[in-house]
Write a protein that binds this ligand. Structure first.
Ligand code: ADP
Ligand code: ADP
Length: 217
């Protein structure tokens, strides 16, 4: 599903954020990505999402080599990927519902089908009663749930979450982890990054540990 072969990423300016990484994530796996701030977690997730390209090696996602994929094919690939990134901002000038509709509006779904899917996604994250609100009135944990609803509304086969529990109290963080577990149970491939490993330990899943762009044990 996701395969890195001797992947390096050097940013303009020369900093090498990832160094010769090789690994594979199978379809339906839930994998954690651990490492201190600056270890390269976001960089790795951006390469999987096709937001950035490797400077060396190959990144293969859903059978497509992202190093050689055409620009035209990228949006199609992205439709199979749900992103929960820290800089994926909620739009505060529209309702909770419209925030979740946004990815579907872009793809051009039939309005009624889109609305049905948006409600299903909001239901899944426990925000169905809140859809008419402005997201500003949601708590931090609820805003994170909104981001998750928006990320899954087009039913991606891969879900990438960059520090999804970073700013949350432990109880809210555990709720969010349970949500990811429920998507994992229906077969979605999931990669979750965090600098705090304590949340990961309980789940008995594979942990990829990054340190200065390289894997450690
Ligand atoms: P993490 O997500 O683990 O905190 P990042 O992948 O964000 O790590 O960053 C890894 C390293 O790459 C950091 O040292 C960071 O400063 C550097 N870096 C990230 N993005 C850029 C960029 N666009 N240009 C230059 N350096 C970058
Ligand atoms: P639908 O009414 O769209 O068939 P489901 O009840 O099957 O909805 O799922 C509820 C929501 O779960 C979906 O609208 C979607 O947001 C989310 N979801 C994301 N990925 C998947 C998946 N692979 N399988 C099932 N549900 C998913």
């Amino acid at each position: 599903m996701i395969q890195f072969n001797q992947v390096s990423k050097r940013y303009p300016g020369g900093f090498e954020a990832l160094k010769n990484l090789s690994f594979q994530i199978d379809a339906g796996e839930l994998v954690f990505l651990a490492g201190h701030s600056g270890a390269g977690k976001s960089t790795l997730l951006k390469l999987i999402a096709g937001i950035d390209r490797p400077t060396a090696g190959s990144v293969v996602v859903n059978g497509q080599n992202l190093a050689s994929i055409s620009r035209g094919a990228l949006p199609f690939l992205r439709r199979h990927i749900g992103l929960i990134f820290q800089d994926h901002k909620i739009l505060f000038d529209r309702t909770v519902f419209d925030n979740v509709m946004l990815p579907l509006d872009i793809v051009g779904y039939d309005r009624r089908e889109a609305a049905r899917r948006a409600r299903a996604a909001l239901d899944k994250v426990g925000l169905l009663g809140r859809e008419k609100l402005n997201p500003i009135s949601l708590s931090g944990g609820e805003q994170q749930r909104l981001c998750i609803a928006r990320a899954v509304v087009h039913r991606p086969s891969i879900l990438l979450a960059d520090e999804p529990t970073g700013n949350l109290d432990r109880a809210y963080a555990l709720d969010i982890m349970e949500l990811f577990k429920s998507f994992h149970q229906v077969g979605v491939t999931i990669v979750i990054s965090a600098h705090d490993e304590s949340l990961m330990a309980d789940y008995g899943r594979r942990i990829l540990r990054l340190n200065k762009g390289q894997f450690t044990q």
